[in-house]
Design a protein around this ligand. Structure first.
Ligand code: AMP
Length: 470
């Protein structure tokens, strides 16, 4: 069976650098990718362009495993892009790693993409019927193919025509004819920022942490429906769609972005602390201590502790050296995995009434195992507080949420989840509390994974089974 698109939810980090001067760009892109590694751990790649030649290399693995001093050495030029990608089993293949590099009418072009196209099935099917062939199963190849098809001497026009055909959540960095482009979808679902180094080089990146690492100053977020075009004369803004409302992904604040990044002017760490404070306001009871599910729950647990004046304490010690482990998908397998990853500080919890804070519940497996282990180790009560609303709906725009049948909140009420995970009590934030904590206008955030209200109609064809045809 052809497994085209069996993975519809790609999580990725992207970066682009434009310099007026020829320089050793490899290490700069490498450093930026290291700072974006949390956005995708499965494959990594770099493409650097200079005077008509595109040098590129990509492979499976973490950025630090894919690149070394030796293979970074030839990456010299004045414009380059990088990508790190995550997807689940099935499409975890080298051919789907990015940047994608093609030769076309105007020479060579490279693309790195974060997000998901919801009409990829349809467009790919149409192109295949017309006789086009594809070398990857990634939806990003559709964008690069459409740009090549529409190119009639003006790259900007070709990009606009290609984007008019695709729908979904995306942030792109692209090199065409030696210029660097940064693009955000018409709803601004996926983040992309623009910055500049002291030397005057321009940086485009998924998150501001990459700007910080390269000691670049933040200029601004790339706007929804905007194409930033960068060449020797500076950066130029073009819009390809201004008709849609802003819908920045709320889950970037919940889990996905690094806490030291700023999204839409909000620092992610401070947002998470605020979400924890709001959680605490809903509790009348006092508990003996508050702890976090490491590392994802830490800022919200700190916020909870500050607001409720409860002692914040570590109850888990994380093993930093675990590396790759064999996991079998049984409950015992997951419990063994958890014991390998986290060990419990028994002396901190024995006989105590604990509040455990995490950012989200997806399948419920993490908390179920944690609570089981905490109780076994002597905790008297374990109360769970989650700094987001229940995730009851799949994401189709670039966050790896499983299908509805695996989402615990799609199948159980809060009381049933509480019982399933073995908590003495369980509380999520409401949607209004979440919006209050983020501090952005409600209608500027995508909350589809909580509400099922998607910013655009998701076609029924956006389903893995239809791909068996191709
Ligand atoms: P689960 O055990 O399936 O309920 O997963 C919940 C845990 O996964 C929480 O600790 C989250 O921080 C983390 N998490 C949430 N979303 C994602 C995601 N898209 N990818 C990886 N981990 C996630």
């Amino acid at each position: 069976m052809n497994n085209f698109f069996d993975k519809l939810h790609e999580e990725c980090g992207i970066v682009g650098i434009y310099s007026k001067t020829y320089q050793h760009l490899g290490p700069l892109i490498y450093d930026a990718l290291i700072s974006l590694q949390h956005r995708g751990q499965e494959s990594a790649g770099i493409a650097v362009y200079h005077e008509g030649v595109m040098m590129h290399y990509k492979n499976m693995g973490l950025v630090r495993d894919v690149f070394n001093e030796e293979n970074l050495r030839p990456f010299n030029g004045n414009v380059g892009i990088g990508h790190c990608r995550y997807s689940t089993i099935g499409s975890a293949e080298r051919r789907n790693a990015q940047p994608l590099v093609v030769e076309f009418k105007a020479g060579t072009m490279a693309l790195a993409h974060n997000g998901n196209l919801i009409n990829a099935v349809q467009i790919r099917g149409e192109l295949i019927d017309e006789g086009f062939s594809f070398t990857s199963t990634s939806d990003s190849e559709i964008i690069i193919k459409l740009i090549a098809i529409h190119y009639k001497g003006n790259p900007l026009e070709a990009i606009k025509k290609a984007l008019a055909q695709v729908e979904g959540g995306y942030a792109l960095v692209l090199i065409v004819e030696g210029k660097l482009y940064g693009i955000r979808d018409p709803y601004g679902l996926r983040p992309l920022v623009l910055g500049q180094t002291k030397k005057g080089d321009y940086i485009l990146a998924s998150e501001t942490v990459a700007l910080d690492l390269l000691e670049a100053t933040f200029i601004r977020d790339v706007d929804k429906g905007e194409i930033i075009e960068i060449d020797d004369s500076g950066y130029h803004s073009h819009y390809f769609d201004t008709t849609k409302p802003m819908n920045l992904c709320g889950f970037e604040f919940v889990y996905f972005s690094r806490p030291d990044s700023d999204l839409a002017g909000k620092n992610v760490y401070q947002v998470r602390v605020e979400l924890g404070k709001i959680l605490a306001r809903g509790d009348k009871e006092k508990y003996d201590l508050v702890a976090a599910v490491p590392e994802s729950g830490v800022p919200a647990a700190i916020g909870y502790a500050i607001e409720s004046d409860t002692v914040y304490s570590s109850v888990f010690i994380k093993n930093k050296y675990i590396g790759r482990t064999f996991t079998d998908p049984t409950q015992e397998g997951r419990e063994r995995m958890l014991r390998l990853k986290l060990s419990i500080l028994k002396s901190n919890i024995q006989g105590k009434r604990i509040v455990i804070v995490d950012d989200s519940i997806v399948r419920g497996t993490t908390l179920r195992s944690i609570i089981f282990e905490l109780k076994k180790a002597g905790a008297k009560e374990v109360h769970v507080r989650i700094s987001s609303p229940p995730v009851g709906f799949s994401c189709f725009f670039g966050i790896d949420t499983p299908s509805k049948k695996s989402l615990i909140a799609a199948n159980m009420s809060v009381e049933e989840i509480e019982e399933y995970i073995g908590a003495d009590s369980l509380r999520f934030l409401t949607s209004d509390e979440f919006v209050e904590g983020v501090g952005l206008p409600e209608d500027s955030l995508c909350k589809a994974c909580f509400s099922g209200e998607y910013p655009m109609k998701v076609p029924k064809t956006h389903n893995k089974y239809v791909f068996e045809k191709y």
